[in-house]
Design a binder for this molecule. Structure first.
Ligand SMILES: *Cc1c(COP(=O)(O)O)cnc(C)c1O
Length: 404
């Protein structure tokens, strides 16, 4: 099913609420949720052509679904890519990308500060299949260049990162990749296409955890890859068909509707995060705030250029402390004193979530590894939601004010 071509190019805001597969014969205004595992074929000939890929048409739920297609079309429109493909989770999107583009003996370069499960998938699980990897310092462009080898096929970055919001130069990494005949993939979970469109800086593949801001209300797990039509059809779709990391229609529908308010949410939550970051910078119990929107952020100018001048909704901060034991006790005291905010390691929700990375998301690292990554025992991450800013500050102040 294809959408009738609109009479004129539509703006992104319009596409965010309109781009989807055609309405059904019932004329529903909200996009239909097609819960079906199979499809009835009009003729045996048509079925043969559809299975051979010579004719458009749905054949089986693992291969495609109209609600999933609506989500894919809408996300591609927002990212500015020709196509997108939905997956069961963000991690299965990364798995699909690696299975589609890499083979034994190939090499991938990633940032050391990437999402923990991404490091594990690439550095450990794929290594068992002979895929080589090098992890470099996020913001050090020269280190990315130095890691390149003749067998490097893919560079994979995430910006800003979790939890320290380190920023990498997308255009510089795209140039390094392309000069070597490799591709640049970018995990755009934190900024989302509302703030950052990596294709404009030369990225070839944009990866999403739909679980985060695309849904935005903490309801479902979902993922996607955005890329050229050729890459989606020729590389990713065959792996989806055989690998089966397909996005469930219900989850696709939830995230599809989430995309309608993505820009509004990201801007509102980022405004709150900036105000909270400024307030935390002035708090006597806080030693340092990590937030791309602050002038004190080491890559502030680059972040503003890449992220439409907006810092995003995630920040983290270090508490003043004499030693790691005291730092941990103080962080726990701040988190346990909260009465409104959620103590949760997730992010991308309208509810503000706060967590202690050193004992949760980065708990499996050794203390020296954590120190190298800059994840101290006094670090607290906050994914800022839509509560009133005064209530967010007051809830954090319950613990913070007892420390100073
Ligand atoms: C959550 C997350 C992922 C993984 O996504 P899932 O949907 O949980 O599989 C990948 N990258 C980043 C930056 C994330 O925050």
């Amino acid at each position: 099913m294809t959408q009738p071509t609109p009479p004129r190019p539509l703006h992104r805001d319009t596409l965010a609420v309109r781009e989807a597969v055609a309405r059904s014969q019932y004329g529903e205004n909200s996009e239909a949720l097609y819960l079906t595992s199979g499809y009835v074929q009009p003729t045996a000939e048509a079925a043969a052509r559809r299975f051979a890929g010579e004719e458009e048409g749905y054949t089986y739920g693992r291969y495609g679904n109209p609600t999933v297609s609506s989500f894919e079309q809408r996300l591609a429109a927002l990212e500015g890519t020709e196509a997108a493909i939905g997956t069961a989770s963000g991690m299965s999107a990364i798995l699909m990308m690696c299975l589609a583009l890499l083979k034994a003996g190939d090499h991938i370069v990633c940032s050391r500060s990437m999402f923990g499960s991404t490091i594990r998938l690439i550095g450990t699980d794929l290594a068992r299949f002979g895929v080589e990897s090098t992890f470099v310092s996020q913001a050090d462009t020269a280190a990315w260049q130095a890691a390149m080898r003749s067998n490097t096929r893919l560079l994979f970055a995430e910006t800003p990162t979790n939890p320290l919001t380190e920023v990498c130069d997308i255009q510089a990494l795209a140039d390094i990749a392309h000069n070597a005949g490799a591709l640049l993939a970018l995990d755009n979970c934190f900024a989302t296409p509302a703030l950052q469109r990596p294709v404009l800086f030369g990225a070839d593949i944009i990866m999403h955890s739909g679980t985060k801001y695309l849904d935005g209300q903490g309801r479902v797990v979902a993922g996607a890859l955005c890329a050229s039509q050729a890459m989606v059809t020729e590389k990713f779709l065959p792996v989806l068909k055989s690998g089966g990391m397909s996005l469930a229609p219900f989850n696709a529908w939830v995230v599809l509707k989430g995309l309608e308010t993505l820009d509004l949410r990201m801007r509102a939550q980022s405004d709150q995060a900036l105000a909270l970051a400024q307030w935390l910078e002035d708090h006597p119990a806080v030693s340092r705030v990590h937030y791309p929107g602050l002038a004190s952020h080491p890559q502030h100018a680059l972040a503003m250029a890449q992220q439409s001048g907006v810092g995003g909704a995630v920040l983290s901060f270090d508490l003043k402390a004499a030693n790691p034991e005291q730092a941990r006790a103080r962080a726990f005291a701040v988190l346990d004193a909260m009465q409104v905010l959620s103590l949760s390691t997730n992010l991308g929700d309208t509810k503000t979530l706060a967590a202690h990375p050193a004992s949760t998301s980065h708990g499996r690292l050794t203390e020296p590894q954590r120190q190298a990554a800059g994840i101290g025992q006094g670090l607290i991450r906050v994914a800022v939601g839509l509560e009133h800013l005064d209530d967010i500050k007051a809830d954090l102040a319950l613990g913070l004010d007892t420390l100073s």
